[in-house]
Design a protein around this ligand. Structure first.
Ligand code: MN
Length: 323
């Protein structure tokens, strides 16, 4: 059961005031999808707000509407609440209260591990959740504005590694083209998201990468960042974005593991290169995601978290060998 687009179309048509929710530690897909959706709802004459548990990372501050995203549990909490790019309710963080007290809820997502937690659901395993928002805009015959296009192009670009990963389909590229045609500035967005790094971020990443450990003949790479590491470099948690991809890019690596310390818990990210299914590993740990990108949170000492993640990584490599 993966719901359907028509459930979401009815949810949008039948309601007037919406709170659109992104997931914790927001990325370009969840923010671009949420803001694209907010712009679409407003173009339809409806009221909409965007909420997110955590602050909008600096690299996404250029997104049209980013300055209006209510964070840290702030927000109005409209009667209709729609979550985008959230595989399960654990991804809501401080904005879960809006979902819990809503009159009606919806869930638009592209993670295969989605557990259909809302009253209206639509999960389809596209490259980016932004593709689903684009299809809603087309289906509802809303005029695609430059602002919507910039938000959705950012969503596509971030979840596809700039249209480079195996999740990219003909449809992804066609939608990317339509978004450029509607005014999304490909190279400018790419520059802002992927080729702009504060000094503190570059130094934190160099530090983390220099401590990389390899396991399983180099097929698994692991590194970690503690709150102390971030403080030493004057870096923010959002400055950890991109480390796990750099581990994955090491030539021998199939599974990359990155674990960072947050205030109350540890946050783990997995990436795989060609064949390992890291969503299986994340699911065992109570998280979820995609085959090539997944994550989870846990509360335990860092060494224990690393040991567990590496062991599960080894088991996944074993499983792939046997298959
Ligand atoms: Mn996504």
């Amino acid at each position: 059961m993966a719901g359907s687009m028509s459930e979401i179309l009815s949810f949008i048509r039948d309601n007037r005031q919406f709170t659109v929710m992104s997931h914790t530690s927001p990325d370009g897909d969840t923010l671009g999808s949420a803001l694209g959706l907010v712009h679409m709802l407003r173009a339809m004459g409806k009221e909409a707000e965007a909420v997110c548990s955590d602050p909008v990372p600096g690299i996404y501050s250029f997104l049209p509407g980013a300055d209006e995203v209510k964070t840290g549990g702030e927000g109005i909490g409209y009667p209709a609440v729609i979550a985008v790019d959230c595989a399960d309710k654990c991804r809501f963080g401080k904005v879960a209260k809006f979902f819990d007290r809503a009159e009606i809820t919806a869930n638009v997502d592209h993670h295969g591990t989605n557990d259909m937690y809302a009253s209206a659901n639509w999960m389809e395993e596209t490259a980016a959740c932004g593709e689903l928002i684009y299809r809603l805009i087309k289906e509802l015959k809303v005029e695609l504005t430059k602002d919507m296009a910039a938000c959705l192009f950012t969503a596509l670009m971030t979840d596809t590694g700039c249209f480079a990963y195996s999740n990219v389909t003909e449809q992804t590229m066609k939608i990317g083209g339509a978004l450029i045609a509607a005014g999304a500035d490909n190279s400018e967005i790419n520059m802002k998201v992927f080729r702009t790094s504060p000094y503190a971020k570059s130094m934190l990443q160099a530090d983390a990468l220099s401590r990389t450990k390899l396991y399983c003949d180099g097929k698994i790479a692991v590194t970690t960042v503690t709150l102390e590491d971030m403080a030493r470099h004057g870096a923010l948690s959002e400055h950890c974005d991109g480390i796990v991809e750099q581990l994955r890019d090491i030539d021998t690596v199939e599974i990359a593991i990155f674990i960072r310390e947050d205030v109350t818990k540890l946050k783990g990210s997995f990436r795989s290169k060609r064949y390992a299914d890291v969503s299986r590993i994340a699911s065992v740990l109570g998280g979820g995601g995609h085959k090539r990108a997944a994550g989870y949170t846990c509360v335990c000492p860092m060494e224990e978290a690393v040991e567990t993640a590496v062991r599960l990584g080894e088991e996944e490599l074993q499983r792939c060998l046997k298959a």
